[in-house]
Design a protein around this ligand. Structure first.
Ligand code: ADP
Length: 442
């Protein structure tokens, strides 16, 4: 079933025509209403009037997450504040959150693309959606919610957590579809399977899973344990939220990007030049129709490839699953590692400052990670001297190191060397931002 059959099955040439028209309009709107883009394009001598087709888009410079951060919180809003009717933030997996403002127009687009996505995932009007995405600043909860309502579903806005209660509601209300992160789907599945044999009473048929990378192995496990067909939903708040792309429940081989609103490109991680279909690189989006905070060629930092699937019912381009995040994901001995995971473990330990680095090296063909971390100021009262003077053999420092090593090992599953450093000894990178990862493997 389609939510918007005409658009979803439109021939690619017709889609390109629409994209070109929308791009021209969007550029004019952005130039008039976003001083950031006016300045950027003027400085680079870009005459936007010369951009007539979607194929010219590569003449325009990229937008980065830093551009959003430098304009924190509302500097990139294009619409007057009275027209911004909702504000969301990214979940902040990679630093300070980025803020997004939505106009009525934008929320209509958001709901429409989520409604299309839900249909693509197997939903139909009249079905019940158990929405276990978090409600709040994160776009997942409210995004799925309004899209499902537009489609004509009954939404059960459970949000995250309280797993026992979720299981009770799944049984009593009989939702046919669940939306949540893949990891939460596994938690639910395990609880249902392990703690009581009530699975037969659960009426779920489909699971719409996203907001974090996941694998075919997880799909299999969720499908088996919950008795559902599980599909991928992808999105990011900067561009809109979940439902920028969605997998078809009968195809399950990549997610259709709703290209009449979000124009995708994939660029090389080094040269930043566009890559051909099927090649992995950084996913870039241009919003073609937004008015609250349109973005031009925004680098998501998510790594994937694009491809057209001629055998698919829908014509819109597909993206592969996200293979990682360019800026901060490391793969160490098969374990995906974000520096923020280590950071989270430092949070409640005042012995350490917040300045640290992960140093990655290759030793005997194996990757090795060292956490170099500065001590916090107050520690010097305990040890009385700098680490440099004390050297390595200090019982107190040994204990600190050992504690952190064990915490990382049990939470992340990797054994890392810990290197304690004196305060202010870890360099800061050019923009004043800390360089978290030093990759010596390249
Ligand atoms: P943050 O960048 O703070 O995590 P968001 O909450 O907007 O901000 O999350 C968007 C990011 O979440 C995406 O850029 C991507 O890295 C990840 N993401 C969202 N959906 C998926 C998905 N289906 N598969 C893999 N990663 C996803």
């Amino acid at each position: 079933m389609y939510f918007n059959e005409r658009i979803e099955t439109m021939p690619v040439n017709a889609l390109r025509k629409i994209q070109s028209e929308k791009l021209v309009q969007q550029l004019q709107y952005m130039y008039r209403n976003q001083p950031f883009y006016k300045k950027l394009w003027d400085e680079k001598n870009i005459n936007i009037n010369k951009i007539k087709s979607i194929h010219d888009i590569q003449l325009l410079p990229l937008t980065t997450k830093d551009d959003l951060r430098n304009n924190y919180p509302f500097g990139l809003f294009a619409a007057p504040h009275e027209d911004i009717i909702r504000i969301h933030c990214s979940s902040g997996s990679t630093g300070k959150p980025t803020v997004v403002g939505y106009t009525k127009n934008d929320l209509d687009i958001f709901s429409e693309t989520v409604a299309r996505s839900l249909c693509c995932a197997g939903a139909k009007p009249g079905m019940k959606l158990h929405n276990a995405y978090g409600y709040g600043l994160f776009t997942g909860g409210l995004g799925l919610h309004y899209g499902a309502e537009l489609l004509g579903m009954s939404v059960i806005p459970v949000s995250g957590g309280m797993t026992e209660r979720q299981i009770m509601l799944l049984q009593d209300f009989g939702a046919e579809i669940i939306s949540c992160t893949p990891s939460y789907a596994l938690v639910l599945a395990d609880k249902i399977r392990n703690e009581d044999p009530r699975l037969k009473k659960i009426n779920l048929k489909y699971a719409v899973l996203g907001a974090e990378p996941w694998t075919e192995a997880i799909r299999k496990e969720v499908e088996q344990k919950l008795g559902v067909i599980a599909t991928n939903i992808y999105g990011l708040s900067e561009i809109c939220g979940p439902g920028i792309s969605q997998e078809d429940f009968e195809e399950k081989n990549g997610s259709h990007i709703w290209e009449d609103h979000f124009y995708p490109e994939v660029i090389d991680t080094e040269t930043k030049q566009p890559l051909a279909e099927g090649r992995d690189g950084i996913l870039v989006f241009t919003t073609l129709t937004k008015t609250g905070m349109p973005l031009m060629r925004y680098m998501t930092n998510d790594i994937c490839c694009l491809f057209y699937d001629k055998a698919s019912k829908r014509t819109h381009v597909k993206m592969s699953g996200i293979k990682g995040r360019h800026d901060d994901m490391l793969i160490i001995r098969g374990v995906n590692l974000f520096h923020t995971q280590v950071e989270a473990l430092l949070e409640h330990h005042p012995e350490f400052s917040n300045n640290y680095q992960l140093i990655v090296e290759r030793e005997n063909n194996l990757d090795k990670v060292t956490v170099a971390i500065e001590l916090s100021e107050y520690i010097y009262r305990e040890i009385g001297n700098s680490i440099e003077t004390l050297g390595e053999s200090n019982l107190y420092l040994d204990k600190l190191k050992h504690g952190l090593h064990e915490r990382i090992k049990s939470n992340i599953g990797l054994s890392m060397d810990i290197q304690l450093r004196d305060l202010s000894s870890i360099p800061k990178s050019e923009g004043g931002k800390l360089k978290r990862i030093v990759d010596l493997r390249k």
